[in-house]
Design a protein around this ligand. Sequence first.
Ligand SMILES: Cc1cc2nc3c(=O)[nH]c(=O)nc-3n(C[C@H](O)[C@H](O)[C@H](O)COP(=O)(O)O)c2cc1C
Length: 201
Amino acid sequence: MRRELRRDKILIVARVFRTISFACLDFDKRADRTGGFRLMKTLIVYYSLEGNTDYAANKIAERLGADKLRLVPKVAYKDKGFAKFFYGGKSAIMKEVPALETYDVDLSEYDRIIFGFPVWAGNFTPPLRTFILDQRDALKGKRFSAFACQGGSGGERALSKLAGFLRIKSFDETAVFIDPKARHNSETEEAIASFCGRLGA
Ligand SMILES: Cc1cc2nc3c(=O)[nH]c(=O)nc-3n(C[C@H](O)[C@H](O)[C@H](O)COP(=O)(O)O)c2cc1C
């Protein structure tokens, strides 16, 4: 009799524990689906000419459960040979503001924006400049992080130029990746994972 009573008690405790666990899981799922319970809703805004920034943006979005907005200039930058470096480099150095294809985003839905870009001539890429100018008011009060993709150097400098352009002292988190798609390796994957970890993934 006493043994049965004890077994019943254990069963009751187990059931209560299971109910609470499922309730928590359900809460998390609903939170992911609706964003209603999430502390942070994140949008990754990025430009990519040759796919490296796009690669990193996809990985980060996956890990954080973030949305993405890929900026597309109305007139595409050249992506081959001398013209690629000449026109892209000139555009970055001259701080051009290229017109963008129409995008559909409501920034009021997001708490945090992560910017991503390839480093061009030690600077962030011009499509981000256009976006920030267009969305200056809508960007007020957001939290900002950013990552740069580069072939060699200049990422840190480009990130601080972007912070200056956003009129913030510094980003919450930053990262620089070396051609994450073209030179795909475990070091880059770890760097992406570490960036996501610092962002709360
Ligand atoms: C016009 C142009 C200028 C670049 N300038 C730099 C630079 O100053 N420093 C650097 O490390 N890489 C530079 N790169 C290389 C890219 O930043 C790098 O390959 C990046 O990963 C490309 O990203 P994407 O594939 O998303 O376009 C430049 C590339 C282009 C096309």
